[in-house]
Design a protein around this ligand. Structure first.
Ligand code: KG4
Ligand code: ZN
Length: 360
C-alpha cells in the first residue's frame, strides 16, 4: 500500500511516500529555517506563506523520487495537529485538494503520535515488530517533551510531559542567552563537544520526582543567573566568552537536560517492566543524549530504537508510516479531517479518515 504523507505543522514543508508503513520511497523536506533565523524563532505568518509557496513542489518531488504518480497511491495522509493553525491549514487544504481531484482516501494524523512511533515505523523490518513492544517512547522536540508507554502501534498511554518548557525550547532559549543563533539545539550540541560537562553544576529538575513529568524552565533560569553572576549582564554577545568558557557552559547545560531525559526514560522503562526504548523529535539528534541513552540501555539490556536524523525532526515519512496502520485498523472509518492545532497526544485514539467523495 503506497501512502503519500504531508507535514506542515511548523516550519518544515514535507512530503513523503511510504510503502506498507515502513519502506520509505521518498522523504522530501523543505526547511524554512533561514527565513525564521533573523527573528530568533518561527514566525507563523511567514511559515504559512512558505508552505503555500513550496507545498506543490515538495509533493511533486516526493512523487517523482518515489517513481509514482497519484494513480499509484492508496491514500493521502496529512498532519492534523498539534501545530501552528495557519501552517496546518495549508497542508490540510493541499491534501484535501489532491484527495478530491484524485478520489483517494484522506487521513488526518496526529503529529506527536507519528513522532512516538517513528523510530520503529521507519527503521525496522515488519518481522521484528512483535519484539518491539511493550515500549517506552520519549518525544523530545521544540514544542513537546512526552514520555509514553506503548503496547502496539496506535496503543499508547501518556505517562508524563513537561509542565513548562519543552526540552528543545530550553535549548533554543538558552542559546539566545548565550548569544548563539537559531535554532539553538544544534549550536549547543556542536559547542558542547569540546566542553567540560561538569564545569558548572546546573540543576537536574524533577529527576528525583516520582512522577513522569518534566520541567526545564528552572534550568533556563539557572543559566540566566549564572550569566548574571559571572558577567553582570542578562544576555551574552557573540564572541564575548572565551571558546573554553562557552564550551563549558554549553556542555554543562546540555548535560543537565540529558541527565533528566535519560534518567526519567530509564526509570519509566524499569517501572513498566519494558525491554524496548525509543526516542524521537529534534532533540533526540543530540549527540550527548544519544550517547548517554545508548550507554544506559546497554548497561541494563534494553533495546534502543533511534531513527536517523531526518526521521527525528519533522518529516512526512512518519506521517505516511503511521497512516498505514491507521488505515489497516479502520479501513472504513469516516471521521472529519479537520485541523487540531492544540490537541497534544491523546491516549490511544483513532484520528480519522474519510474518502474524497465525502468531502464537501
Ligand atoms: O522535532 P523538531 O524538528 O520540531 C518540533 O516539532 O519542534 O524539533 C526542533 C527542536 C528545536 O528546538 C531544536 O533546537 C532541537 O529540536 N534540536 C536539537 C538538536 N537538533 C535540533 N536540540 C539539541 N541538540 C541537537 N543536536
Ligand atoms: Zn515535531
Amino acid at each position: 500500500m503506497n501512502i503519500l504523507g504531508i507535514e506542515t505543522s511548523c516550519d518544515e514543508t514535507a512530503a513523503a511516500v511510504v510503502r506498507d508503513g515502513h519502506t520509505i520511497l521518498s522523504n522530501v523536506i523543505s526547511s524554512q529555517v533561514d527565513h525564521h533565523r533573523p527573528y530568533g524563532g518561527v514566525v507563523p505568518e511567514i511559515a504559512s506563506r512558505q508552505h503555500l509557496a513550496f507545498i506543490t513542489e515538495v509533493v511533486t518531488q516526493a512523487l517523482d523520487q518515489a517513481g509514482l504518480w497519484f494513480d499509484d497511491l492508496d491514500a493521502i495522509a496529512v498532519t492534523q495537529g498539534p501545530g501552528l493553525a495557519p501552517s496546518l491549514l495549508i497542508g490540510l487544504h493541499a491534501a484535501c485538494g489532491m484527495a478530491c481531484s484524485t478520489r483517494k482516501p484522506i487521513l488526518g494524523i496526529n503529529h506527536l503520535e507519528a513522532h512516538l512511533y517513528s523510530p520503529i515505523l521507519t527503521t525496522t523490518l515488519p518481522d521484528d515488530r512483535d519484539q518491539l513492544f511493550p515500549l517506552i517512547s520519549i518525544i523530545v522536540s521544540g514544542g513537546h517533551t512526552i514520555l509514553a508507554h506503548a503496547t502496539a502501534i496506535g496503543q499508547h498511554h501518556v505517562l508524563g510531559q513537561t509542565k513548562d518548557d519543552a526540552a528543545g525550547e530550553a535549548f533554543d532559549k538558552v542559546a539566545k542567552l548565550l548569544g548563539l543563533g537559531y535554532p539553538g539545539g544544534p549550536e549547543i550540541d556542536r559547542l558542547a563537544a569540546t566542553g567540560n560537562p561538569a564545569a558548572i553544576a546546573f540543576p537536574r529538575s524533577m529527576l528525583d520526582d516520582p512522577s513522569h513529568q518534566f520541567s526545564f524552565s528552572g534550568l533556563k533560569t539557572s543559566v540566566l543567573y549564572h550569566i548574571r553572576r559571572s558577567y553582570h549582564i542578562d544576555r551574552l554577545q557573540p564572541g564575548q566568552l572565551s571558546p573554553t568558557d562557552l564550551a563549558n557552559l554549553c556542555a554543562s547545560f546540555q548535560e543537565a537536560v540529558v541527565d533528566v531525559l535519560v534518567g526519567k526514560t530509564i526509570r519509566a522503562a524499569r517501572l513498566h517492566n519494558v525491554r524496548n526504548i525509543a526516542a524521537s523529535g529534534g532533540v533526540s539528534i543530540n549527540r550527548r543524549f544519544r550517547q548517554k541513552l545508548a550507554a544506559a540501555c546497554q548497561q541494563r539490556h534494553y533495546r534502543l530504537h533511534l531513527a536517523p536524523a531526518d526521521l527525528c525532526t519533522d518529516n512526512a515519512a512518519m506521517i505516511a508510516g503511521l497512516a498505514y496502520y491507521k488505515l489497516k485498523a479502520n479501513p472504513t472509518g469516516q471521521h472529519l479531517a479537520d485541523i487540531t492545532p492544540s490537541i497534544g497526544l491523546p491516549d490511544t485514539q483513532f484520528i480519522g479518515r474519510h474518502t474524497a467523495s465525502q468531502l464537501p
